[in-house]
Design a protein around this ligand. Structure first.
Ligand SMILES: *[C@@H]1O[C@H](CO)[C@@H](O)[C@H](O)[C@H]1NC(C)=O
Ligand SMILES: *[C@@H]1O[C@H](CO)[C@@H](O)[C@H](O)[C@H]1NC(C)=O
Ligand SMILES: *[C@@H]1O[C@H](CO)[C@@H](O)[C@H](O)[C@H]1NC(C)=O
Ligand SMILES: *[C@@H]1O[C@H](CO)[C@@H](O)[C@H](O)[C@H]1NC(C)=O
Ligand SMILES: *[C@@H]1O[C@H](CO)[C@@H](O)[C@H](O)[C@H]1NC(C)=O
Ligand SMILES: *[C@@H]1O[C@H](CO)[C@@H](O)[C@H](O)[C@H]1NC(C)=O
Ligand SMILES: *[C@@H]1O[C@H](CO)[C@@H](O)[C@H](O)[C@H]1NC(C)=O
Ligand SMILES: *[C@@H]1O[C@H](CO)[C@@H](O)[C@H](O)[C@H]1NC(C)=O
Length: 886
């Protein structure tokens, strides 16, 4: 069994090697999609494939049909790049393998302009060579041919390789074929130092009088050997096979012929100047003795470079390859002249000989490719959003002038892989969720995804990206929770911009205990208006665009974790009249109008707030409230069913809160029953959850500005919801604030610090919440001049000093409460109402603390009269339980 498996494995491996042509990649660039791919090229037998799956840009064409006959099939079609400065082929390679990379460009007057282009080639981020198809070729310049071949021997540092064509002027880069051939690792040594270099081909010649170019299949490695001969030479050859058994695997055919100087006393010399006189050159000489020498014959010679011997006393073996190469010492031409000579030595009876020579130049590729993880993250992001920007090819960061649009990288050190530090995909038409691939850009400092159509939540992973300093997510369709940790980061300096639509769908409370000290209580609880000026977070008023009321389809919302789609409606005035049965039942009267009871669709109970027609102030609040309620949604905020904005008739239609407001219940007005302590605590938690949502779940955060007992409404189950958003304001986080000109709110609940500085922050709501909590505990008026102390905080502090909690607690509770629970709530209330905003807890801390009051109450309440669970309502409540259709 095991053997069979091994056999299969080997067979598979062999099959794979066969199919891949021994590490060959042969792309026919611009091959028409109508033609078969891959096809076997006649002559070479190489299998060429279309390049279309390796590049996303460029256009395809063919050379002038009149010129086609002179070229192999793969050189007759081409891809040209009118758009973009850099266009790249992206190939999958084996990291660390040595490759010969060959680009052939055949102009062939494809555009009919007779104007061969000029352009540059790059390997990844590094310059390789400038190509000028108008320049005559050094070797083999037969007539009008304008095809050029560039070759480099290179070891990729990753499993992907970019070969790029770069515009250098007005002409359009072209490419006809792209070929990769893997080479044995022990050939063509490349130095492995930091300034990693590759070898650029200058010439590869075999010395023969024939005109035949030799390549695959005669050369297993598919090097292309050009024939070369000079008049002062004579050819010698053999018909016997020459052994080519060294790692260079020089083709037999090139070893079977050799050149010798016709005059045996002359050196064999290359008189032509080399094309790149400033390059560091490496030369490879391939010899084989092709003549059977007599006993009295010797062939021995020395190679000279500009009259300096570089290889001495060489004698090639008979019918055996013999290769010498200059690595590791490179050679330079002197004053632009490079004279290469091979001279017989004194004892040699025969002239020198040479079969083939390769001249390569060191090409430094100093620039590191962008960090691999960043590159794959970017590819992932590109794929996720289906982005096809012309500049998004090749290395994302380098060279800097071709870096991808929207990216900024840290590329300060060429020998360190650049890292992406900024990603700006603002206004890129992105849809879907925020791509998880972003989290792999671990050095990212700036992320701008604003002005797109992104949906879903703000992902948790953003909070874990340590380098992030700036996030802009505005103007998307995001909704749901802003991760708690991200808010923590934003408080610690991260600039976070999230649009209004982004509110959380559940509480972001974490179980963190707010440290409370009883001792601080009495002394700190003195209200001094206009005393404490502390530095606190500055927020700027969000400029409101004048409200052309938005269309009524609203974001999906979530109540108790269940997502529902709410359809809010705009109503006509006549519908409002019908709804309220011509304004028959008044529920109450608020600052800006009267609230009527009504029925929607004949069954759903609603509260209809009709704004008094005269008040222009009223219209402003109306707009503010509609705008806000359309965007926020939370189980502890009264939700808007619809509105009417018809001429002078302005009305807001809310869900009906059958149990009215908290104030009525506390005071026992209108025959309302007295609320138990446990119910009061639960109401406080509900209200706190609503506020916490506005403060920490919404970006920009929203300050309610009018938290008070008459704005806490109770539904049939005594769940509390916050109402009346007419004064609310939202603030862009992280932007500097302006003091608002008008201080708004209700006397007694108004934060003294806000009152004195006119600077509004969410801590003002915390103050008001503290006052509300005191009301819930004491059932006292917030301001009562008949008391020892007029303001409720002063009065509580005053009574507390006498140490009598029972005098503070609402007498209507008749002692039916758990004292530690009440003390704790009282302490919390006073902390909230601290005159210094800095010392107030935030809503999350308040919620945690209130929940502990509830726990405390339920644990010890067995002895109390309240025997039911603290979360259950006693049946003694005199309430009409009317189910509300949703
Ligand atoms: C080209 O493909 C054919 C058929 O797939 C195969 O027989 C041939 O060996 C391939 N050519 C080379 C050079 O590998
Ligand atoms: C490169 O090619 C691979 C597979 O051939 C592909 O998955 C990847 O997305 C390409 N990268 C770019 C930048 O086009
Ligand atoms: C060339 O590389 C091979 C394989 O890495 C090594 O064995 C050989 O010593 C190198 N030659 C020189 C001259 O460094
Ligand atoms: C070498 O020996 C051959 C006979 O084996 C002879 O014909 C020839 O002249 C000799 N050549 C030299 C240079 O001595
Ligand atoms: C860029 O990276 C280098 C380390 O390679 C670091 O020292 C430098 O602070 C970084 N610069 C920026 C702007 O992040
Ligand atoms: C660049 O990085 C290399 C290695 O990471 C280090 O040796 C070299 O000193 C750095 N150069 C600069 C200018 O920071
Ligand atoms: C992102 O790009 C847009 C324009 O394309 C620009 O207005 C905005 O300021 C950029 N964002 C950042 C953070 O630089
Ligand atoms: C969002 O999508 C809508 C419709 O597909 C389109 O009209 C709008 O321009 C897009 N908005 C942005 C910012 O891309």
């Amino acid at each position: 069994m095991e053997r069979l498996y091994m056999f299969l494995l080997v067979a598979l491996l062999l099959a794979r090697v066969q199919a891949q042509e021994k590490g060959f990649i042969s792309l026919d660039c611009g091959l028409s999609p109508n033609e078969q791919s891959p096809y076997t090229e006649p002559g070479t037998g190489l299998n060429f494939s279309s390049d279309s799956s390796f590049i996303q840009s460029g256009k395809i064409d063919r050379i002038d049909p009149k010129l086609e006959s002179g070229y192999a099939k793969s050189k007759t079609s081409l891809r040209y790049f009118p758009d973009g400065d850099r266009n790249c082929f992206n190939l999958t390679v084996d990291q660390g393998t040595k490759y010969l990379i060959r680009v052939t460009s055949n102009y062939g007057n494809y555009d009919g302009l007779n104007s061969p282009p000029r352009f540059d080639l790059y390997i990844g981020p590094n310059f390789w060579v400038s190509v000028d198809l108008g320049l005559g070729k050094l070797v083999n310049d037969d007539g009008d041919k304008h095809d050029k071949r560039e070759e480099i021997i290179h070891i990729p540092k990753s499993n992907s390789l970019d070969v790029c064509l770069v515009k250098t002027g007005s002409s359009t880069p072209i490419i006809s074929s792209l070929e990769l051939r893997s080479l044995p690792s022990d050939t063509y040594n490349i130095s492995n130092n930091i300034m990693s270099s590759s070898l650029k081909l200058i010439q590869r010649l075999y010395l023969t009088q024939s005109k035949t170019v030799i390549r695959y299949p005669k050369d297993d490695l598919d090097r292309i050997w050009e024939p070369h001969f000079q008049p002062e030479w004579t050819q010698i050859s053999t018909v016997r096979k020459v052994d080519n058994a060294n790692s260079y695997l020089a083709p037999h055919d090139i070893l079977m012929t050799a050149a010798i100087p016709a005059n045996a006393n002359e050196p064999l010399s290359f008189t032509k100047y080399l094309e790149f006189p400033n390059d560091n050159l490496h030369m490879y000489f391939h010899f084989a003795e092709v003549q059977a020498l007599q006993a009295n014959q010797t062939r021995r010679f020395t190679i000279f470079w500009n009259d300096r011997p570089i290889f001495r006393d060489l004698t090639p073996p008979y019918l055996n390859v013999f290769t010498v190469y200059t690595y590791p010492n490179p050679f330079l031409c002197q004053a632009g002249e490079c004279l290469l000579e091979i001279k017989r030595t004194q004892i040699s009876t025969l002239p020198p000989l040479l079969c083939a020579i390769e001249i390569l130049a060191m090409q430094n590729l100093p620039q590191s490719e962008t960090n691999e993880d960043d590159v794959s993250a970017m590819k992932n992001i590109k794929a996720t959003y289906g982005l096809s920007r012309i500049s998004w090819q090749g290395d994302p960061c380098v060279p800097r002038q071709f870096s991808w649009d929207g990216l900024i990288c840290n590329d300060t050190n060429v020998s360190t892989p650049p890292r992406i530090t900024s990603l700006n995909l603002s206004s890129s038409g992105l849809t879907g969720t925020i791509a998880p691939g972003i989290q792999n850009l671990i050095n990212l400092q700036t992320l701008d995804l604003s002005n797109n159509n992104l949906t879903g939540k703000v992902p948790e992973f953003l909070a874990n990206m340590k380098s992030l300093l700036f996030i802009d997510l505005r103007n998307n369709k995001l909704h749901g929770l802003i991760p708690r940790n991200l808010l923590v980061r934003s408080n610690a300096g991260l600039q976070l911009f999230v649009s209004y639509d982004t509110c959380l769908s559940s509480s972001c409370v974490q179980d963190k205990k707010f440290p409370m000290k009883f001792v601080a209580l009495a002394s700190s609880a003195v209200v001094v208006i206009a005393v404490v000026l502390t530095l606190f977070f500055l927020y700027r008023k969000k400029k409101r665009s004048s409200l052309g009321l938005p269309p009524m389809r609203v974001m999906s919302t979530s109540i108790s974790g269940q997502s529902i789609e709410t359809q809010r409606r705009r109503f006509t005035y006549s519908e409002v009249v019908e709804m309220t049965e011509n304004f028959q039942n008044i529920l109450g009267e608020g600052g800006f109008g009267i609230v009527y009871h009504g029925y929607l669709n004949g069954s759903e109970q609603v509260a209809v707030k009709v704004l008094s027609q005269s008040s222009s102030q009223g219209y402003k609040h109306f707009k503010a409230e509609v705008e806000l309620l359309l965007r926020v949604h939370h189980v502890n905020l009264v939700s808007l069913v619809g509105y009417c904005d018809e001429g002078d008739h302005l009305a807001l239609i809310y869900e009906c809160m059958s149990n009215g407001d908290l104030k009525d219940h506390l005071s026992g007005k209108k025959g309302k029953s007295v609320l138990k302590w446990s119910t009061r605590l639960r109401i406080a938690v509900d209200a706190a959850l609503g506020l916490e949502y506005l403060h920490c779940g919404c970006r920009p955060l929203i300050v309610h500005r009018d938290v008070k007992s008459t704005n806490i409404l109770l539904d049939d189950q005594f769940m509390a919801k916050i109402a009346d958003f007419g004064l609310s304001r939202s603030f862009l986080l992280g932007e500097e604030s302006q003091a608002s000109t008008v201080v708004a709110g209700t006397l007694g609940y108004l934060d003294p610090e806000y009152y004195s500085t006119c600077r509004l922050a969410e801590t003002s709501d915390v103050y008001s919440f503290g006052i509300l909590l005191l009301e819930i505990i004491t059932n006292q008026h917030v301001i009562d001049h008949a008391r020892e102390k007029a303001h409720i905080t002063e009065w509580v502090a005053f009574v507390l000093k006498e140490g009598d909690i029972s005098r503070i607690v609402d007498p209507n509770l008749h002692g039916e409460y758990n004292s530690p629970s009440v003390s704790r709530a009282l302490e919390l209330a006073m902390k909230c109402a601290n005159p210094s905003s800095e010392k107030r807890p935030d809503m999350s801390q308040i919620i945690t603390e209130l929940k502990e009051c509830i726990t405390e109450n339920s644990m010890k309440c067995i002895d109390d009269m309240d025997s039911s669970s603290s979360f259950e309502l006693s049946s003694s409540f005199d309430t009409k339980v009317v189910p509300i259709a949703r």
